[in-house]
Write a protein that binds this ligand. Sequence first.
Ligand SMILES: C[S@@+](CC[C@H](N)C(=O)[O-])C[C@H]1O[C@@H](n2cnc3c(N)ncnc32)[C@H](O)[C@@H]1O
Length: 286
Amino acid sequence: MTSPSAVPPTAHQMADFYDALGPLLRMSWSDNFHLGYWEGPGDGSSPQEATDRFTDLLVSRLGVGAGDVVLDAGCGIGSPALRLASLTGARVVGITISRQQVEQARELAREAGMAERVEFRYADAMDTPFEAESFDAVLAFESIVHMERPTALREMARVLKPGGRLVLTDVFQPQPQEEEATDAGPFDPAFATIREEDSPDMTSFVRLDDWPGLVSDAGLVLDELTDVTRNVEQTFARMLDGFLDHRREFESRYGVRLEQVLDSAKLSAQPNPASVGCLVMAATKP
Ligand SMILES: C[S@@+](CC[C@H](N)C(=O)[O-])C[C@H]1O[C@@H](n2cnc3c(N)ncnc32)[C@H](O)[C@@H]1O
């Protein structure tokens, strides 16, 4: 494991991180707070199209339909959960550690006329209030990057019904050197973060080949582990362009400078795509 001693941020710190960044992402990226998926270098899809495509790719792996109930662990403002529900007919319960996101997600569900079928709650995905075996499938879309992975995976396995699927994405460091990895510091899926002495690592990361062990230790059976780094790498430059393109509009609407938001979210305006890999993982509870 690359960063076994990394301590996840507190719930409060995580909520502050996303509450600072969320308005900027909504204005300049998409309501999907995840990486985009492009078919190749010539794919000119917009961030909205590319992030929706990534959602669809994960949804297709969940294997759910009408009558099923899915947990979306780390649901952001609910955009993937709403898309999942409308594509499959399943009911979805989205949880996030940000109360602001819960409110925004509920609002989006009401606007979409889907509040009956898609519910959002404040909860910690590492220690949920749900009974064992409550869900037919669990989705964790770019959220386990912020969690203590073994704890989160055990909890996701606990709430899954036997035969249920867990589908997630994670970030990893491509071709890591053990010493470099340990010293690499925190990083965000989109931007290298600035390490500050008393600040937590918002994101930790492991190696791709740590995943089979993580999955089996959680009592799950690995079905798929796919490296999608090449498909997501456009994200970094596109997101930065989006931030810069919307700088004036953002600053006048919210009365804060772009740099202040990036600083408060502990992000640097220097994208560091070379250090970011992305994987898709699917596993089944026996
Ligand atoms: C990169 S965003 C992805 C959001 C959403 N899955 C999407 O694709 O739009 C990570 C999400 O994980 C949530 N999160 C982080 N730690 C969490 C925890 N311990 N429990 C629940 N949610 C958490 C954050 O609040 C945020 O909503």
